[in-house]
Design a protein around this ligand. Structure first.
Ligand code: NI
Length: 396
């Protein structure tokens, strides 16, 4: 790596790694990131960077680096952890049982702190203002819409972000025009029957049987109601009912997720879930109520011109050979998609593995740990992208 930021990044790297491991030890899930938010704000303020606190229900932050000119671009990192019990055995493993930074958001937040420090040092070269968004609650795809509601995109002309990616090689960055990640929508179905003795089913209405039929029927939504060239996933991830062998319970609950690469298809599948739940329940004399999560996430669409800027930033900082063109979208979701609905921008994947594909623990795995060796590439690409995008929007 040979960039205008190399010396600066090398100087800050020990602090960024220490911060990353400190964050890793203190994972906090969606909207509970009080310690994380305070720690990040303290790190930034100690570097002389202005921070606005209390966004997105309390734990979101915006740091601002002001250069010359009135254009503004934004960079974003997510800061929340997952409800997973860590099994890495690392000296800096989670100290909170059942909580873990298993998606690398500790690394994303540390990288953005590094970008803040580097850009602060290069403020004289900045042809505008860079807003750094530290966003809570990405894992439940709720933080981004709330940051937007609280004005995070005010005056912003373009936005960029990254995610650590175990399937890509270390030191490489993956880009893609158009759809990079799927829409996500979670569904919650409550089936109500009539409880009775297990020996006397005729006196009751069995919601367990309805749940079983409905689970099977839902498998036909993707296979029979969507076109084969439209990617879609419908997974029932949780079924809950009953207490013991000889009781027919009153209720049963199904929960699951829908992934598509287009919003209209998501809408069609949502309608199909409601139709099947209500009608299958009715066929068995039960009732079903379907609820979806508050913020179903749209598909993530990268703007081609902004993605070209990302390509230039990668080629200039890491070298053309380190840029990977991603060939198809992943069915994973990312609430960065909300920002991209409002302003053009691009989201990129930061490579992790140092051997063959599959050699690095995958995201959301209890043995996953963010690869600190990827921090310098992440900082360099985002800092370069901030400056280049400001130059680009300033030149329009
Ligand atoms: Ni993530």
């Amino acid at each position: 790596m040979n960039t205008r930021f190399s010396a600066s990044i090398a100087r800050h790297l020990p602090d960024l790694m220490a911060l990353r491991r400190e964050l890793h030890t203190h994972p906090e899930i969606a909207f509970e990131e009080q310690w994380t938010s305070a720690r990040l704000a303290a790190f930034l303020e100690a570097s002389g960077i202005a921070v606005e606190r209390g966004l997105a229900r309390g734990t979101g932050l915006i740091a601002t680096i002001k250069g010359r000119g009135d254009r503004t671009v934004a960079l974003r990192a997510d800061i929340d952890a997952l409800p997973i019990h860590e099994e890495t055995g690392l000296p800096y493993a989670s100290k909170i049982p059942g909580r873990m930074h298993a998606c690398g958001h500790d690394g994303h937040a540390s990288i953005l702190c590094g970008v803040a420090r580097v850009l602060q040092e290069h403020a004289a070269e900045l042809p505008g203002t860079v807003k750094l968004l530290f966003q809570p609650a990405e894992e439940i795809t709720s933080g981004a819409p709330l940051m937007i509601k609280d004005g995070a995109l005010k005056d912003v002309s373009a936005i960029f972000g990254l995610h650590g990616w175990p399937e890509l090689p270390l030191g490489h960055v993956g880009v893609r025009n158009g759809c990079l990640m799927a829409s996500t929508c979670n569904f919650f179905i409550e089936i109500t029957g009539r409880g009775s003795h297990g020996a006397n089913p005729g006196a009751g209405i069995d919601p367990v049987v309805v749940a079983a039929h409905l689970t099977t029927a839902l498998q036909a939504v993707v296979s029979r109601e969507t076109n084969p060239w439209e990617a879609a996933v419908l997974t029932v991830g949780k079924i809950e009912a009953g207490t013991t062998t000889n009781i027919i319970p009153e209720t049963a609950r199904l929960e699951g997720t829908v992934r598509t690469l287009s919003k209209p298809l998501q809408d069609r599948i949502r309608a199909a879930i409601v139709r099947m739940a209500e009608n299958i329940a009715a066929a068995f004399r039960a009732t079903a109520k379907v609820r979806f999560n508050e913020f179903p996430c749209p598909p993530l669409h990268n703007d081609p011109a902004m993605t070209d800027l990302a390509r230039t930033a990668i080629d200039e900082t890491l070298g053309r050979e380190k840029r990977i063109e991603i060939t198809h979208a992943t069915m994973g979701g990312e609430d960065f998609a909300y920002y991209l609905e409002q302003v053009p921008g691009s989201f990129v994947f930061l490579g992790f593995h140092n051997g063959t594909e599959g050699s690095y623990p995958l995201l959301h795995n209890p043995r996953f740990d963010f690869n600190d060796a990827a921090i310098p590439s992440g900082v360099a690409v985002l800092a370069e992208l901030a400056i280049r995008s400001l130059e680009s929007v300033a030149g329009r």
